[in-house]
Design a protein around this ligand. Structure first.
Ligand code: ATP
Ligand code: MG
Length: 237
């Protein structure tokens, strides 16, 4: 069964490299079912925050909560596989030896979903991301935009409680970036998943996000409501 969307909250997060403080008492709420874009200059800590949410890094102090479950603090850290996550990165991270269908099927195969169900779920997902007819191709025979659609399909098919994106469109040219951002927004709306979307690109954030969090030097600088997505006003931060 599809999991209910999760409210994610980080409280007083700190993370350093040596003496350099990268995240500074950072507190932020990601409302259930919304897409929040993290925007900010290079080096401000966007990917670091995403890695902390994913469980790839442990906080030095502070806490990370998914609904009423504390996922990480200085004392413990739930690993990524315990967090019901989907992740989509800039470099697609597809398995080159697998076909498109095998890549998308992978999370369900790991869960032991039986073959007939698996096949129909993959077909349906490929249709949703506009890749019907591409099932048997290898990633090397796809364009960058198509590869990123495969990565998105692989993340969505697992019906994660939370989706994390780290600059997923930044390898693509501007026109493609814009059209893919629109279709990603639609898919995120349909999935109802809580999503955190890191980008450098303000326009992309405006298309994708319900709220935009501007980070600067490891802290929240400001939070703006996305006027293009008025639905986002339904939940307070
Ligand atoms: N494992 C690490 N070891 C050393 N320094 C690190 C490590 N991870 C991050 N940093 C440093 O932390 C700072 C924030 O890095 P982060 O990757 O979070 O930035 P970012 O906002 O994602 O930047 P960009 O937009 O360029 O991707 C940078 O100065 C980076 O060099
Ligand atoms: Mg980064």
């Amino acid at each position: 069964m599809k999991p209910a969307p999760v409210l994610v909250a980080v409280r007083d997060l700190n993370w350093s490299v040596g003496k350099q403080r990268i995240l500074h008492n950072l507190s932020l709420t990601f409302p259930a079912g919304e897409t929040v874009a993290l925007l900010g200059p290079s080096g401000c800590g966007k990917s670091t925050l995403l890695k902390l949410l994913a469980g790839l890094t442990q906080p030095e102090s502070g806490e990370i909560w998914f609904d009423d479950r504390c996922m990480a603090s200085a004392r413990f850290c739930t690993p990524p596989e315990g967090r019901q996550l989907g992740m989509v990165f800039q470099d697609y991270a597809l398995w080159p030896h697998m076909s498109v269908a095998q890549n998308v099927a992978f999370p369900l195969r790991m869960r032991g979903v039986e073959k007939a169900t698996l096949h129909s779920r993959v077909e349906e997902m490929l249709m949703r991301v506009g890749l019907e007819g591409f099932a048997q191709r290898k990633p090397s025979a796809l364009s960058g935009g198509q590869q990123q659609r495969v990565a998105l399909a692989r993340a969505l098919i697992a019906e994660p409680a939370i989706l994390l994106f780290d600059e997923p469109l930044s390898n693509l040219d501007r026109d493609l970036r814009e059209s893919l951002a629109h279709s990603m927004k639609q898919l995120l709306r349909q999935s109802g998943t809580t999503a955190v979307y890191v980008t450098h690109d303000r326009e992309e954030a405006n298309i994708i996000a319900d709220r935009i969090v501007h980070l600067a030097q490891g802290q929240v600088h400001s939070i703006t409501q996305n006027a293009g997505n008025p639905d986002a006003l339904t939940q307070p931060f």
